[in-house]
Design a binder for this molecule. Structure first.
Ligand code: ADP
Length: 450
């Protein structure tokens, strides 16, 4: 059944309280029963000792006298001599069968028992054998348990009445407390519900910083932070991408407008059309790369973690770049290196390697060289990709990992680069918990280290 937390808490609370009340009731009932019976026994023992002492003090042939006053109403007494003859008996006892055994041995400890004594009802009895001047005589005393039973019954009724009352209080209090405890959760839920893409700068306010709910709010706030920055990055990317699309479009428009302003020669029109085709090709490349980027972003996000050999991945990347390298006359080599097994996403790393090797080939000189090395430093693997290319000016080095950043716009245009490769590579490396750095000297070449 799909009960709310509040209902479940209330039920649990009530069940626990019911068990506690019941156990306590049982303990109280039986402890009190025992205490009351001990009290009855103590009085009986007192009366018994009094009677025994009286008998023992009396001379062997002295008259016993009448039944003492205590045994006329409250207690019942029967004294028998060794031959079994009744020598003294309470008036109420007459004719009642008393099956309490006659005690045969003299002992300081008389026998206590509970039994039914005819019309007198349930009785607590004590019996023992006397010594001294009346040796061998038996003393039996009984006391009614009616009062004891009445008290126990009244106690039981009180406890039975208290039980539902206690349960009711626990139910109401439990329900109220659960409601109070869950109120902040309700507030957090409402606050989280009210935050959408349009007001991602709002946060869940809470005055509890250290407890579970404070931590829940902080976790949700951290999640909103991440959503906000990811949304912001997407917005920025869309703006940058639109800007990249606008440039060739503006160029096409300007060239066409200028051509339309006056009658031109056929040669001029051909030139304009060539230029437009070039821009359209650029737009097509851009659109294709944006599409590829969208797919790659999804790949980065969904990458699966596996154990793989670094050497295998590097060899695969080098062989994939083989065609481009030979077309450009670049020699790509792998330096001898120790192999390392990594537990990461092989796809992510491959994406990074593809981009950097491609750049090493693209921005290289004819007959140039791209060398890949791997080193091990403690628990890290360092992959170095070195080229003999154009190099990157020092002031541009920090910028090349930005999206849409290109050092030499004209050259990038020719190579078809739109300045996204390195930003994708850096994002992928950082997702893997790694770092990417570059060292470069203009005219000498660059080294990218992952
Ligand atoms: P692109 O798609 O333009 O190659 P990247 O993000 O891969 O974009 O690179 C950004 C810019 O950094 C490139 O336009 C290029 O100017 C420069 N660059 C990248 N790698 C190298 C390299 N190995 N040698 C020289 N310049 C490089």
């Amino acid at each position: 059944m799909n009960w709310s937390i509040r209902t479940r808490l209330t039920i649990w609370n009530t069940a626990v309280t019911a068990t506690i009340i019941m156990s306590m009731g049982i303990v109280v009932y039986f402890s009190l029963a025992k205490a009351l019976l001990t009290q009855v026994d103590a009085v009986l023992l007192f009366e018994y000792r009094e009677t025994v002492e009286r008998l023992e003090r009396l001379g062997a042939h002295e008259e016993l006298g009448g039944v003492p006053e205590a045994f006329l109403e409250e207690f019942q007494l029967r004294v028998t001599d060794p031959s079994g003859r009744i020598r003294m008996e309470s008036p109420n006892l007459r004719g009642e069968f008393w099956k309490l055994p006659v005690v045969q041995t003299i002992s300081r400890n008389p026998i206590l028992a509970t039994e039914d004594v005819g019309t007198l009802g349930e009785q607590r009895t004590i019996a023992g054998r006397v010594g001294g001047s009346h040796e061998g005589w038996n003393v039996q005393i009984a006391s009614s348990l009616a009062e004891y039973r009445r008290e126990m019954l009244s106690l039981r009724n009180t406890l039975l009445l208290l039980f539902p009352f206690g349960l009711f209080i626990s139910l109401v209090a439990g329900h109220g407390l659960a409601g109070r405890a869950l109120k902040p959760v309700e507030r957090i839920t409402q606050a989280a519900q009210s935050i959408s893409a349009n007001n991602l700068d709002e946060r869940i306010q809470t005055d509890r910083s250290d407890d579970e709910l404070g931590r829940l709010a902080a976790t949700l706030n951290a999640m909103i932070d991440r959503l906000a920055s990811s949304l912001e990055a997407t917005r920025r990317f869309t703006a940058d991408a639109s800007h990249e699309l606008m440039t060739p479009l503006a160029q096409i428009r300007t060239e066409a407008e200028v051509a339309l302003q006056a009658e031109r020669s056929a040669k001029h029109y051909t030139h304009v059309l060539h230029s437009i085709v070039e821009e359209v090709e650029r737009l097509t490349r851009l659109a294709n790369q944006l599409l590829a980027l969208a797919n790659k972003d999804a790949e980065i996000d969904n990458a699966t973690i596996e154990s793989f050999s670094l050497r295998t991945i590097i060899c695969a990347a080098v062989s994939a770049a083989g065609n481009d390298a030979s077309a450009a006359g670049i020699n790509v080599t792998i330096d001898d290196f120790v192999d390392v097994t990594l537990s990461h996403s092989a796809d992510r790393l491959r994406l990074v390697l593809d981009n950097i090797i491609r750049n090493g080939i693209l921005y290289n000189r004819p007959e140039g060289q791209v060398t890949i090395q791997i080193r091990r430093l403690k628990q890290y693997a360092i992959i170095a990709i070195e080229d003999t290319g154009t190099g990157i000016p020092p002031d541009q080095l920090p910028l090349i990992f930005d999206r849409f950043y290109r050092v030499d716009k004209a050259r990038s245009r020719r190579t078809g680069g739109i300045g996204l490769g390195l930003s994708i590579a850096r994002a992928a490396v950082e997702t893997m918990g790694g770092r990417i750095e570059v060292e470069s000297e203009v005219g000498q070449g660059s080294t990218f280290r992952i």
